[in-house]
Ligand binder design. Structure first.
Ligand SMILES: [Fe+2]
Length: 160
């Protein structure tokens, strides 16, 4: 890896932004898991459970990548909530709202991840770039599935 301390510092800072956003996504997804109502309850209850379990793994990976790069991960919940681009959602349990909320949260993560991948590529930090590229692939696939779910509800307008 190229020893460009300033670029690595920027990557660490953006990884901390990603960490903060992921923590809030975890809370939002867990709330949807708890609150979901309606005909597809079992299906969506499981989808959100899978998503929040996946988020805990990624939260840990991101924090440990920050440490590996010589940084310190954010530790305070208040700090994470304050700096996260993803905001806490008051979840009603409505299926469309929960699914759209998850898509929206994942797309917000993708924006940060795309930015970090470009920065990491420039710094020859192939490990960070590879890690987040894998996240992007998984999220895009999940979002495709979530959009299909919304399309099934024919009265719902979806963008793809
Ligand atoms: Fe549960």
């Amino acid at each position: 890896m190229k020893k460009d301390a300033a670029t690595i510092e920027k990557i660490i800072n953006r990884l901390n932004d990603l960490l903060a956003a992921y923590q809030v996504v975890y809370f939002n997804t867990r709330s949807s898991h708890w609150m979901i109502k309606g005909e597809n309850f079992f299906e969506l209850h499981k989808v959100f459970e899978t998503a929040y379990n996946d988020a805990t793994v990624k939260i840990d990976d991101i924090a440990e990548r920050i440490l590996t790069l010589g940084g310190i991960p954010k530790m305070f919940a208040t700090d994470m909530i304050k700096s996260s681009v993803v905001k806490e959602k008051k979840v009603s349990g409505d299926q469309t709202e929960c699914v759209k909320g998850m898509i929206e949260d994942q797309e917000a993560l993708e924006v940060i991840e795309n930015e970090i991948v470009k920065m990491a590529d420039d710094a020859n930090d192939v490990v960070t770039a590879d890690m987040l590229t894998k996240y992007l692939g998984q999220q895009q696939k999940t979002n495709w599935m979530l959009y299909q779910f919304l399309k099934k509800k024919s009265h719902i307008e979806v963008k793809s």
